[in-house]
Design a protein around this ligand. Structure first.
Ligand code: PLP
Length: 403
């Protein structure tokens, strides 16, 4: 074995077994034990935490909308006294989830209307989203698919697997299949392998990926056996979902390293959440820790207009501020693409701070991360022809800075 010279242990900690003091390491490290011992009731919460009235009412009121479930691993990260704890805000329901906002939608990204087969979302020309289960290890309170996820709401997910495979076989334009749900990594190794093998038997499918929060909620699931199985289906990529630096624990880092060591390129998709990660310093710490875990920040999502999410949503301006606070100031690999998943079903749309100030046929004027302005002359154009196209965003930016 080569000697591993690791990066500094910056901020990676563990609290295991924390609240679960009497369990053996074998139990703790067994993902099925973690699943069986999830925190799902008010009584369990109150045993360990000082709840606010908003949280207590939230737990009772959301029982028939989106279930509460928190793995012991993730629950240990909760601050028992502080209701504003960024971990707590993500997984413990609050009364605000029952608030109605006319802008909010049950299906905020318009997925149901883009399903040629139940469970298969085909929105983009060459790739599909395949919803393979409705269960997750823990439930995010801002879940974009809360209408079908967790098994307690009005709507149910009835994926038609055989019809989906037939659709994929017939649609030779599909070269990329994204497994999601729910969380595909909650399937047994055998079931997941059958699914991957079936997809790999379709010659035009080039690229497989799994979107999963299991490495964060349930790192015990990332066993050597799982990784050895996944490795047979390359190219297989994975997008994980971490929102706050506290989520990247020693156990999570080990799980991510194991995936990376099996050749699985890792990306992170995070959601911009009020009071969780909507400031530059917190977000920077998150992306730096992700790079140390060999995860490339992929997307930062503006929070979808999901029902009951008003207390977790923040402005688009805040997202732009975060991107602006990263680009140029830190490693380029650490900067995700900020996107709005267009309400109603337009897909992901990139939203960027304005760096392009003016573009004419003869020159392009840009500003850098420090606000300094530079001109790039177009090839072969020695004079300005007069046609200018100034982007509206640029005008706003230059007015704000009065340059
Ligand atoms: C996000 C998403 C994808 C994948 O999009 P990429 O930008 O390629 O990561 C595919 N289909 C649907 C319906 C999606 O929401």
């Amino acid at each position: 074995m080569p000697t591993l010279i690791s990066a500094p242990d910056k901020g990676f900690t563990t609290r295991a077994p924390g609240y679960w003091e009497g369990v053996t390491p074998e139990q703790w490290n067994d993902w099925t034990w973690q699943m069986k011992n999830r925190v799902t009731s008010l009584a369990q919460l109150e045993k360990h935490l000082v709840l606010t009235d908003e949280e207590r009412a939230g737990v009772l009121l959301t029982r028939d909308k989106l279930a509460m479930a928190i793995t012991p691993h993730f629950f240990n990260l909760v601050d028992p006294l502080n209701p504003d704890c960024p971990i707590r805000r993500q997984v413990i329901p609050r009364i605000e989830e029952s608030w109605e906002d006319p802008d909010e939608l049950t299906d905020p990204c318009g997925e149901d209307s883009h399903m040629p087969v139940p469970g298969l979302v085909h929105r983009y020309p060459d790739r599909v989203l395949f919803l393979v289960t409705d269960r997750c290890a823990s439930y995010c309170r801002y879940c974009t698919r809360s209408r079908v996820v967790s098994g307690v709401g009005d709507q149910e997910l009835h994926t038609e697997f055989e019809a989906a495979f037939r659709y994929l076989e017939e649609h030779t334009e599909v070269r990329d299949v994204l497994l999601s749900g729910g969380d595909a990594l909650l399937l047994s190794d055998a079931r997941l392998e059958r699914l991957l093998a079936r997809l790999r038997s379709i010659p035009h499918i080039e690229f497989l990926r799994i979107g999963s929060r299991v490495p964060i909620f349930l790192p015990q699931r990332i066993t050597p056996a799982l990784c050895a199985m996944l490795q047979k289906y390359h190219p297989l990529w994975m997008s994980v979902h971490a929102n706050h630096p506290k989520e990247l624990t020693v156990e999570v880092r080990e799980a991510l390293e194991r995936l990376a060591n099996h050749g699985i390129p890792l990306g992170n998709q995070s959601v911009l959440l009020r009071g969780v990660n909507d400031d530059v310093e917190t977000y920077k710490s998150l992306v730096h820790k992700l790079l140390m875990c060999r995860v490339r920040p992929y997307y930062l999502y503006q929070c979808d207009l999901i029902q009951g999410s008003s207390h977790l949503r923040t402005s688009v301006a805040r997202g732009l501020e975060i991107i602006e606070g990263l680009r140029g100031h830190t490693t380029g690999y650490a900067v995700p693409q900020f996107v709005i998943d267009a309400p109603g079903g337009g897909g992901k749309v990139p939203v960027n701070p304005e760096y392009l100030l003016q573009r004419t046929r003869s020159r392009t004027v840009v500003r850098n991360y420090e606000g300094r302005v530079f001109e790039y002359p177009e090839p072969g154009r020695k004079w300005d022809l007069g046609e200018t196209s100034v982007t509206p965003g640029a005008l706003e930016w230059s007015r704000a800075r009065r340059w």
